[in-house]
Design a protein around this ligand. Structure first.
Ligand SMILES: CC(C)(COP(=O)(O)OP(=O)(O)OC[C@H]1O[C@@H](n2cnc3c(N)ncnc32)[C@H](O)[C@@H]1OP(=O)(O)O)[C@@H](O)C(=O)NCCC(=O)NCCS
Length: 131
């Protein structure tokens, strides 16, 4: 799903994740801006998972990944991330992401990302642009 900051269909689907207290703990840094393209997994007209690619001037940030607890470990994140990676790589810029889950660090490292810095329990991983 592409994005404009004021897209009513986007907020109909994503509003609960931005607003409900139940999600604020897991998603305290969730925000939207016009450089962000969103990738949504939808089941029965409701979002079951989402993630974003933020196309900045010098890099594309992969951020805001979440899958509903009842839908985890079924490949939702993996499928959305394949789409996100295709989109992000087509921008021709380095890709960056912040991760703290060991399995996600392994997943990104297996796809060509390397560690560039650490912030507490988070690792900043980068994949250089293909020349
Ligand atoms: C992280 C998260 C998005 C993964 O979503 P998911 O749909 O369950 O992931 P998938 O089923 O697509 O799994 C992707 C890979 O990670 C592995 N994996 C998923 N959850 C795992 C877990 N808890 N422990 C170990 N491996 C796990 C899967 O086996 C799969 O590996 P494979 O491709 O080798 O088979 C989900 O757990 C989540 O929303 N967590 C809370 C928010 C969060 O941590 N976001 C990431 C911020 S960096």
């Amino acid at each position: 799903m592409s994005n404009t900051e004021y897209d009513s269909e986007f907020y109909r689907l994503m509003g609960p994740f931005f607003a409900l207290k139940a999600y604020r703990k897991t998603l305290p840094y969730l925000y939207n801006e016009d450089t962000i393209t969103w990738f949504l997994a939808i089941e029965d007209d409701a979002v079951i998972g989402f993630m974003a690619a933020n196309n900045l001037s010098s890099k594309v940030l992969l951020q805001h990944a979440y899958v509903m607890e009842s839908k985890r470990k079924c490949g939702v994140w993996g499928k959305l991330n394949d789409e996100r990676m295709k989109f992000a790589e087509s921008m021709g810029k380095p890709l960056e992401t912040l991760v703290n889950e060991p399995f996600l660090i392994g997943y990104f490292e297996a796809r060509g990302f390397h560690e560039v810095s650490r912030m507490g329990s988070y690792l900043r991983l980068r994949k250089d642009a293909r020349i």
